[in-house]
Design a protein around this ligand. Sequence first.
Ligand code: TRP
Ligand code: ZN
Length: 882
Amino acid sequence: MRTDTAKSFYLKDYRAPDYLARTVDLRFVLHPEQSEVTATVSYERRKGADGDAPLVLDGDGLELVSASLDGKPLAGDRYSATPDRFTLASPPQRFTLKTVTRVNPGANTALSGLYLSGGNYCTQCEAEGFRRITYFTDRPDVMAVYSVRLEADAKQTPLLLSNGNPGRKGKLAGGRHFAEWHDPHPKPSYLFALVAGDLGSIHRAYVTSEGRKVKLGIHVQKGKENQAGYAMDALVRSMRWDEEVFGCAYDLDVFNIVAVPDFNMGAMENKGLNIFNDKYVLASPETATDTDYARIEGIVAHEYFHNWTGNRITCRDWFQLCLKEGLTVYRDQEFSADMRSRAVKRIEDVSLLRAHQFPEDAGPLAHPVRPDRYREINNFYTATVYEKGAELVRMIATLLGPDVFMKGMRRYLSKHDGEAATIEQFIACFEAVSKRDLSRFFLWYTQAGTPVLHVATHYDRSRKTFAVDIEQSQAPTPGQARKKPLHMPLAVGLVGSVSKQDLKAEKVTGAEDQGGIFELSQRRQKITFHGIDEKPVLSINRGFSAPVEIDYRHLDRELGLLAAHDSDLFMRWQSFRLFASRQIFAAMRSLARRKKPVWKKEFLDAAVKIAENGDLEPAFRAMALTLPSETELARLLGRNINPDAIYKARRALSNAVGEQLEPLRETITETLDLPDRFEPSGADAGKRELANRLLAYGVHADSETAEAALVEKFRAATNMTDREFAFRLILQEMQGTPAAEDAVTRFHERYRDDPIVLDKWFAAQAAVSGRGAVATCRKLVADDAFNWTNPNRVRSVIGTFSSGNPTGFNRADGAGYRFIIDAIRKLDAINPQVAARLLTAFRSWRMLEPERRKQAQSALRRLKKGRKLSRDSSEILDRMLS
Ligand code: TRP
Ligand code: ZN
């Protein structure tokens, strides 16, 4: 264990390694409590490195059994070995080092390195888990060719997998057996993986565009093979798509995916052997919702796409994490957009960005897409690196256009194949093919914070000009007081206030019109549209062309017009949503004065129009009709947050909308023609979502028929989408009634033996808003089925409560904060990565109203005063308190 928890690493300190590993030969003798790892590594001093530089290898909690150099046992004065470092004094230019270490997979609850999950051995090495297995130059710019031999009990561990292609296998004495694997592609240590266990498998044959025959395998808990089909289907579609769209074909003879129940994140792209959190593999109509299916599809694609963007081309150092993550998220977003509805996918992605990344950018945990400093790298697998990172790639595609963008991608993929690259090198590829200077664009990677575009407009009726004045700003973030203006593509349209159609300008001055896209690069810019005959309504940042906030005061009437008529679906959604937020904020003001809220008829009419509009995709209508979440509203308010007041006002609007929609519910639902048979398609998912959204409105409006329909839906649901939806709504709306108790019992009886669905049972209860939530959660963590070592289970209660239940978590007396802090303290000793992530639920604590702010602060301070925390949690805590 590294004890120095306060040390920071800086991008500016990067130095190439003194020694490069060329080949790595690993032999694992697997036992649950004592596994032996023999690593035989050929090292070579890097050209230009200091001739008498020692070889310094990383370790983390290791126990050295023996070491030898070029076949001879090492004398004790030649090396030193501590749990976290192996140092070899003055090695030769080229040499082979053999070390034997011992690890205990059964005791590894941090789920990093080699551990047991569901009785099977598996590994997680990104970012720095390999050093928990053996001493090594555990950094991504050391790429080597790996050969692996696994030995284990033949009966208990029939399946032996590692990276690359399979080699020899056979029986050994004592009921043991072995298998060998060889990966011809040089890779960094974080992509190493092994799996050994007793699993059920499904296989499929795939032939790449280059004619390579690949055997695909998905391995899951025995008896669940019939839940792996959708993931396999998604994998095959991903492989085809990457060939067709990016020209990337697979490069090994086998590709395996293994699903494990204990996993710190979603999934991991180990070369040829992706390991997944099983909830992102297993699906059946009875157990998985439409959202689950869509996530499985997206994550399978994401990990597969890493084979090129991440594995073939990896990162020089962890500061460059967005090089692989932002790019790969962009690729999986595009894949899902092609598989489903592009417009709907864009809205979902922007919602996600706003829900997770914008608050990060606006609080104490703000950091650039490419950070320049960290204490614990695991804390930087963030929405900023992933989701904002993807937006930056998307902006490059918008700025350069699809053809030049693809040319740049092809250049990147061929020029840096086999390398550990940097963001500078990535951007240089696009500069080369476009002959453009992207240095100002590069600031997006180094400046933290969400830019705001302050917009003012002026329509001159006599001159027929419409001027749009734009000023950029970017608030200070930790360590960055002043920012420079950024280079971005901004999609702008004008919608006629009378014609309600896109207006075409005769000419545009102040910026070049590239098909409705305008480039900004100065702090202040003025774009003037000429030949505008009627008063226009500004439609700005269409399609969310740049990840910025727009500060412009549309009139409510204008928002209504855009919501109904904008040619850009994203803007329609966005405008209606903003309109809804304003209704809620107005209601908050009324309620604070003990007055009944009054709703704009224009808004309620717009809601009805969206609900009824059969020309719009059902999924779009459902998303538009989903009111901004309590958390989103809090973010928009920005300060002095009282979550109870937000809840009440939002709920009041929901009642009002419900009263409008309830009389139409049955008719609209009928026109949807809901399918009898469950298909996980985006189109069908949208229909179910809209029907359910309308039902929720009916229940919010206290309609007895809607309530009866809800209870019936829960009873008779034929898929998990409907059942979970009904379950959650019953728990929330019928709190304390026998119907709610009955639902809890029934759901439990039905799914108690399926951990993934049981997580939904836990989460649904933890999400019920209100004061009682803390007591509920205390009960849930005391349940026999709750356990602190399974991250999914922990997240289903602790994560749902702290991030998905604003009124419960932010209880005015601080009981919610104290509950979470106690949970984090306990969890930190078991699994620091997951504990640190849960701790980020406090990231917006400074925006709370004074009483809650005080409570949150004292809970955080209490955590700081107590027993010493892991490096992971203490970094997050210190940043939040500073
Ligand atoms: N690289 C993985 C991905 O984006 C995520 C990842 C990083 C991860 N560190 C991890 C997964 C630790 C599990 C555990 O797909
Ligand atoms: Zn990734």
